[in-house]
Design a protein around this ligand. Structure first.
Ligand SMILES: NC(=O)C1=CN([C@@H]2O[C@H](COP(=O)(O)OP(=O)(O)OC[C@H]3O[C@@H](n4cnc5c(N)ncnc54)[C@H](OP(=O)(O)O)[C@@H]3O)[C@@H](O)[C@H]2O)C=CC1
Ligand SMILES: N[C@@H](CC=O)C(=O)O
Length: 816
C-alpha cells in the first residue's frame, strides 16, 4: 500500500484536482487502495494566517474569507454533480462560519495565541480534504474524510508540535484496520494534543503527516506529488541546466532540503528513514515523469556531487576576541542563548585559532541576535575580551551536497576554483566531517552566477556555457558569428560547450540578451533593438549582468577597448582578442594585462595577434613554459605583403594588387598599417615579448619598403593615389628581383634581443622562397631546436582563418 500526498498546487485548482483524481484512480487500479494525504489549497494557509493577524489588530477579514469560500465553492460547482453539491456546501459553510466566529473572537480580544492560530490554520486542510474526498466519492463509494487531528497526537508546542509517535501509530493502525475497505482522504499538517486541542506540525507538515501514516502502516512507498519534476541538481529558476535526480539517499535529500530545495521538508524523512520506506517525489502536472526516489542503498553514481542548494538571503554575525580562546563552554553559552531565544542558526564556522566564530541566521533574526548577544556578553565586551559583534547582511549560502564527496580529494578545490575564477568572494566556509556538504557564504548578488558556475564545473557531462560579449562586427566579427552559428550543434554534442553570445557592439549600436542573441538575425536585432553604442556602458553592462564564465572578444582595430582591458580582467572576465594594439603598446601595459589576468584567474588569449589562425603564439608559449630558450626568430608575418609579393606578376600593377589584398580581407582596416610595416612591427614586438624580451616599439628597426610620398599620405585614398604614381618604383623592384632569379620578401629577424624588419630579395635556396597566397612563415631557433629550427607556415591573413583562431581561443577559455 502506498501513501500519496498532494501539496498545495496539486489541490489548488479545478485542473490540478482533476489530475490528482486521475493519479489516485491509476494507483487504485494498479496497487490498490492508497491512503491520500492532502494540503490546503495553494495560498490558503498564508491567507488564513494573514487574516488572523489582521483580526488580532482589529482589522477586517470578511472580504478574504468570502474569497476563500468562493474558491472552494467554485471547485465544487465544477467538479461535483449538482445533485451532490448541497450537503457539501452546507458542511463547508459550517466550517467557514466557524472560522468567522473564531476571527471575530480574535478581533474582540485583540489577541492571537499560538493555540488559536493553529486552530485557524487547520481549516485550510479540513476544507480542502473534505471537499476533495466528496468529489472523489462520486466515482467511488468507499472514500472517507479523515481529520488527522483525531489520530496524530502531539505535545502542546503549537506551531511546531512534537509528535507522540508511539500513540499516533497505534491510533492510525487501529483506525486503518477498522476502515480497511475505505479509501482514506487525510488532512495533512494538523494534529491534536492530549486535551484534543488542534496543533500543527510546522512548515511542510503535510509531508510529515504522509511519512507518519507511511511509517504506521508500513507503506511500500510514500509519494509526494508536487509541481516540480522531483529533486533537481539546483534551483531551476536560477540554473537553467538543472536536471532531475533519479535517485538520492535520505542524507542527500535532507542536506539539499535544509539548504533551500523546498521540494520536501527534512523532518518528513525521519519516520520514512527509520523504516527504510522509499519517498518518491513526483509532478502532478507531469504524472508520467518518474521523478526522484529517496531511499536507502542508492545505486552508485558517477556524479561527484548530487546537487547545489542555496539560501537566498541570510545575515552573518561575527564574534571575535581573546575572551573566547581556549575557553571551554563559550560556544555552548552562545548557542544555548540563541536556542533559548528561538533564533535558528543556519551555519557555523570557527577559526582553529578559536579567536572568532561566525554564524549565519535569517535576516529577520539579526537585530534580536545582536541585542541578546550584547546583553549576555556585556561583561566580556566591557572588559574588551570580546569585540562588538559584527553584523553583515545581503549574503547567501551556496552548498554542494552528495555522499560521493566523502573522501574524494579535489571536490572543494573544484568548488573554490569555479567561484574564484568568476570573481566570487567567499565570506565563510563550513564543511561537516561527514563530508556530505560544503557550504560557502557569498554575496547575495553573486548567488545566481555562483550557482551556474558551480553547476557547470561539477556536471561536466552537461554543456559548459560560455557567455560571450563581442565588440566589433566587421570582417572578423561577422565571420566569427557565422562560424559559431554553423558549428554550435557540433560543439555542444562533441565538446559539451555551449557558446551564448549575450552582447554585441560596434561604433554605432550595442545590444544585450542574457538568454543569448539569435545569430541568424544578429544584424537586424542590433539595428532595430540595439541602443546607441557607448563603450563604458558596454563594459558596465557586461559587469552588471554578472554572468558566469564570461568572455569579452575584442574584434576591433581600435585603441578604445584596450583602455578597458584592465577593468574587464579585474571583473574576472576573460579576454580573447585579435586586436594587436593592446599587446603592442608599452611593455608595461602588456605586462599589466598578463599579470591582471593571472591574478584574477581568467584567460587572456590572443593567438590571432600573430599569423591569424596559425598556431604561433601557442607554440612559442609551449616552448617557453617547457623551459626552452628562444635564440632567434626569423619570420614573414604580414599576410598582406606576402600576398602582394606572391601575386605581383605580369601586367598587374602594385596599386591593383594592394587593392586586391584589401578586397580579400587580408589588410588591416587601414591598409597603410600593413604597407608601412606597422602591423608587422606589432607582431614582432608581441613575439619578442612573449619570448621574454621586454622590447618597446622603437626597439624594432623597420626598413620601409615604400617611397616617402606613400609614407606621408594623409588618407587611405591619398595613399592609393601615391601608390599609383609610384608604379615605376615597384616595377623596378620586381624587375631587379626577377633579373637575379629571386623573389621579394619582407622579413623580420629577432636575434640577441634586437628586432629588425627589412625588404630582401631571396633565391630558391632560402627557406622563405616558396610561399603562396597570404602565407606567413616563422622559424624558431631555440636551445632545443638549434640544428634545425622549428617552422610554422600557412595562410596568415583572411577573415575565415582569423575568425577561426578567435573561435578556438574562445573555446579554450577555462579549459586549463
Ligand atoms: N584581417 C585579418 O586577416 C586579420 C585581422 N586581425 C585583426 O582583426 C581586427 C578586426 O579587423 P576587421 O574585422 O578586418 O576590421 P573591420 O574594420 O572590418 O571591423 C572593425 C569593427 O570594429 C568596430 N569598432 C571599431 N572601433 C570600435 C570601438 N571603439 N567600439 C566598438 N566597436 C568598434 C567597427 O564598428 P563599425 O562597424 O561601427 O565601424 C567594426 O565593426 C583588427 O584588429 C585586425 O588587426 C587579426 C588577424 C588577421
Ligand atoms: N593585416 C594583417 C592581417 C593579420 O594580422 C596581415 O596582412 O598580416
Amino acid at each position: 500500500m502506498k501513501i500519496l500526498k498532494f501539496g498545495g498546487t496539486s489541490v489548488g485548482s479545478v485542473e490540478s484536482i482533476s489530475k490528482l483524481l486521475q493519479i489516485v484512480e491509476r494507483e487504485d487500479q494498479s496497487t490498490g487502495n492508497p491512503v491520500i494525504v492532502l494540503s490546503a489549497m495553494s495560498g490558503v494557509t498564508n491567507l488564513l494566517s494573514a487574516m488572523a493577524d489582521k483580526a488580532s489588530q482589529g482589522g477586517t477579514f470578511q472580504d478574504e474569507l468570502k474569497q476563500l469560500e468562493e474558491r472552494h465553492f467554485d471547485v465544487i460547482k465544477e467538479l461535483l454533480a449538482v445533485s451532490r453539491q448541497n450537503p457539501v456546501f452546507t458542511q463547508l459553510r459550517i466550517l467557514f462560519n466557524e472560522i468567522e466566529d473564531l476571527l471575530q473572537g480574535v478581533s474582540m480580544l485583540r489577541e492571537l495565541t499560538p493555540r488559536t492560530r493553529d486552530l485557524v490554520l487547520s481549516y485550510g486542510e479540513r476544507c480542502s480534504t473534505f471537499m476533495i474526498s466528496k468529489i472523489a466519492g462520486q466515482e467511488k463509494d468507499n472514500t472517507i474524510f479523515v481529520n488527522a487531528a483525531d489520530l496524530v497526537k502531539t505535545d502542546s508546542s503549537f506551531g511546531q508540535a512534537k509528535v507522540n509517535m508511539e500513540l499516533t501509530e497505534i491510533l492510525i493502525r487501529d483506525y486503518y484496520e477498522k476502515n480497511k475497505s475505505k479509501m482514506l482522504f487525510v488532512t495533512g499538517f494538523i494534529a491534536s494534543n492530549d486535551e484534543g486541542r488542534i496543533t500543527t506540525l510546522g512548515r511542510g507538515g503535510s509531508d510529515y503527516t504522509a511519512a507518519i501514516f507511511g511509517s504506521a502502516l508500513n507503506a511500500s512507498e510514500i509519494e509526494i506529488w508536487t509541481d516540480v519534476n522531483g529533486m533537481m541538481t539546483a534551483d531551476p529558476r536560477m540554473v537553467k541546466k538543472a536536471f532531475s535526480l533519479p535517485e538520492l539517499s535520505y542524507t542527500e535529500a535532507m542536506e539539499l532540503s535544509f539548504f533551500g530545495a523546498k521540494v520536501i521538508y527534512p523532518p518528513t524523512m525521519i519516520p520514512a528513514f527509520m523504516k527504510k520506506i522509499p519517498i518518491v517525489i513526483r509532478n502532478t502536472f507531469e504524472p508520467d515523469f518518474i521523478g526522484s526516489v529517496i531511499k536507502h542503498n542508492c545505486d552508485s553514481s558517477d556524479l561527484a556531487i548530487k546537487g547545489i542548494s542555496s539560501i537566498n538571503d541570510i545575515s552573518i554575525i561575527n564574534i571575535e576576541g581573546s575572551g573566547m580562546v581556549g575557553k571551554a563552554g563559550f560556544s555552548g553559552r552562545l548557542f544555548s542563548l540563541l536556542a533559548r531565544e528561538q533564533i535558528n542558526v543556519i551555519l557555523i564556522t570557527q577559526s582553529s585559532s578559536e579567536h572568532s566564530i561566525t554564524f549565519a541566521i535569517h535576516p529577520t533574526d539579526a537585530a534580536k541576535a545582536q541585542r541578546v548577544i550584547e546583553h549576555e556578553f556585556e561583561l566580556e565586551l566591557l572588559a574588551k575580551k570580546l569585540e562588538a559583534p559584527i553584523f553583515e547582511k545581503g549574503l547567501a549560502v551556496l552548498a554542494i551536497v552528495g555522499e560521493n564527496m566523502k573522501q574524494t580529494p579535489g571536490i572543494s578545490g573544484k568548488l573554490f576554483h569555479a567561484l574564484g575564477r568568476n570573481g566570487i568572494n567567499v565570506r565563510a566556509i563550513a564543511q561537516g566531517s561527514s563530508e556530505y556538504n560544503i557550504s560557502v557564504i557569498i554575496s547575495h548578488d553573486d548567488l545566481n552566477k555562483g550557482l551556474n558556475a558551480v553547476h557547470d564545473a561539477f556536471f561536466v557531462d552537461l554543456n559548459k556555457t560560455l557567455n560571450l560579449f563581442c565588440l566589433g562586427t566587421g570582417n572578423i566579427g561577422k565571420t566569427l558569428f557565422r562560424q559559431v552559428q554553423e558549428h554550435r550543434q557540433f560543439l555542444q554534442e562533441h565538446n559539451g560547450i555551449q557558446i551564448r553570445v549575450v552582447g554585441i557592439g560596434n561604433t554605432r549600436k550595442m545590444y544585450f540578451d542574457p538568454d543569448g542573441i539569435d545569430l541568424e538575425n544578429w544584424e537586424t536585432t542590433l539595428d532595430s533593438a540595439g541602443q546607441t553604442a557607448d563603450l563604458s556602458a558596454f563594459v558596465e553592462k557586461m559587469k552588471n549582468l554578472n554572468l558566469p564564465n564570461c568572455v569579452f572578444a575584442d574584434n576591433t582595430a581600435s585603441l578604445k577597448p584596450i583602455e578597458f582591458y584592465h577593468e574587464i580582467f579585474s571583473s574576472n572576465i576573460s579576454i580573447v582578442t585579435c586586436n594587436k594594439i593592446g599587446n603592442s603598446s608599452s611593455y608595461s601595459q602588456y605586462k599589466l594585462f598578463k599579470d591582471t589576468a593571472r591574478t584574477h584567474g581568467v584567460d587572456y588569449f590572443y593567438e590571432t595577434n600573430v599569423g591569424a589562425g596559425l598556431p604561433i603564439v601557442r607554440t612559442l608559449k609551449d616552448l617557453m613554459v617547457s623551459g626552452d630558450r628562444v635564440l632567434s626568430i626569423e619570420a614573414i608575418l604580414s599576410g598582406t605583403i606576402s600576398y602582394i609579393f606572391n601575386n605581383y606578376k605580369g601586367d598587374v600593377t602594385f596599386h591593383d594588387i594592394v587593392k586586391q589584398a584589401q578586397e580579400k580581407g587580408y589588410t588591416e582596416p587601414d591598409p597603410r598599417d600593413d604597407l608601412k610595416g606597422t602591423d608587422f612591427m606589432r607582431k614582432m614586438l608581441i613575439l619578442a615579448r612573449d619570448a621574454g624580451y621586454p622590447l618597446e616599439a622603437e626597439d624594432v628597426h623597420i626598413e620601409s619598403m615604400l617611397p616617402q610620398s606613400c609614407i606621408d599620405a594623409q588618407s587611405v585614398d591619398e595613399f592609393y593615389a601615391e601608390l599609383k604614381k609610384e608604379g615605376a618604383f615597384f616595377e623596378n623592384l620586381k624587375k631587379q628581383a626577377q633579373a637575379e632569379r629571386k623573389v621579394l620578401r619582407y622579413i623580420a629577424k629577432l636575434e640577441d634581443g634586437k628586432a629588425t624588419i627589412n625588404l630582401q630579395m631571396v633565391d630558391d635556396t632560402h627557406p622563405f622562397y616558396a610561399l603562396s597566397g597570404s602565407d606567413n612563415i616563422i622559424s624558431f631557433t631555440t636551445d632545443r631546436y638549434k640544428e634545425r629550427p622549428m617552422v610554422v607556415k600557412g595562410p596568415g591573413a583572411g577573415a575565415d582563418v582569423t575568425a577561426a583562431g578567435v573561435f578556438a581561443d574562445i573555446v579554450n577559455v577555462g579549459a586549463q
